[in-house]
Design a protein around this ligand. Structure first.
Ligand SMILES: [Zn+2]
Length: 177
């Protein structure tokens, strides 16, 4: 999977989660307010921006927004802001900050990705070198590293993708998650 495909899928998943969260908060707020026989506020707003006195007593908060926060949820406005950003990222093909952030854990995980899945290793544990014109396999595979006895060079999983496929370090780490 290319990095662009990865980011596209990542953003699509984020968009789906946010839409589901918004629907959940919306339903939950409506249900809770209906259950307590709340009437629209004086200005006719529904759901009310501020709870009635009765509801304020029953919830211990002044408004649906406060109530949502107290329940550890984000408000619809906050979720919609996030969604707008995700949609923007999708539209402009920009990398989301989250997808862009490489953590030490991600690097460790990338290095632990089975190297045999990136190169074809024979029964003797050898593969052909991608750096020189290799007639017979002269690259030895051990402990998730490759070593070429002709070039006298070693590669880990990330280096294989960077040097063989010509992608960036960041792209390689993302690809190996
Ligand atoms: Zn070589």
């Amino acid at each position: 999977m290319s990095t662009n495909q990865f980011i596209k899928l990542f953003l699509q998943a984020q968009e789906k989660n946010l839409l589901e969260d918004i629907e959940l908060v919306r339903q939950h707020t409506k249900e809770s307010i209906t259950k307590h026989n709340a009437r629209p506020a004086d200005d006719g707003m529904w759901p009310p921006k501020v709870f009635s006195e009765e509801l304020q007593k029953s919830y211990g908060v002044n408004s649906p927004v406060e109530w949502i926060k107290n329940n550890g949820r984000k408000t619809i406005a906050e979720l919609e802001r996030q969604l707008k950003k995700v949609k923007g990222d999708m539209k402009f093909g920009r990398k989301s900050k989250l997808a862009d952030k490489i953590t030490p854990e991600m690097i460790e995980k990338a290095k632990a990705f089975p190297i045999e899945q990136l190169v074809e290793v024979n029964k003797q544990g050898f593969t052909k070198c991608f750096e020189h014109n290799d007639k017979k396999p002269s690259v030895y595979c051990k402990k998730n590293f490759l070593h070429c006895f002709v070039c006298n060079k070693s590669w880990d999983t990330i280096a294989v993708l960077v040097e063989r496929d010509g992608i960036s370090f960041k792209e390689a780490v993302l690809k190996l998650q």
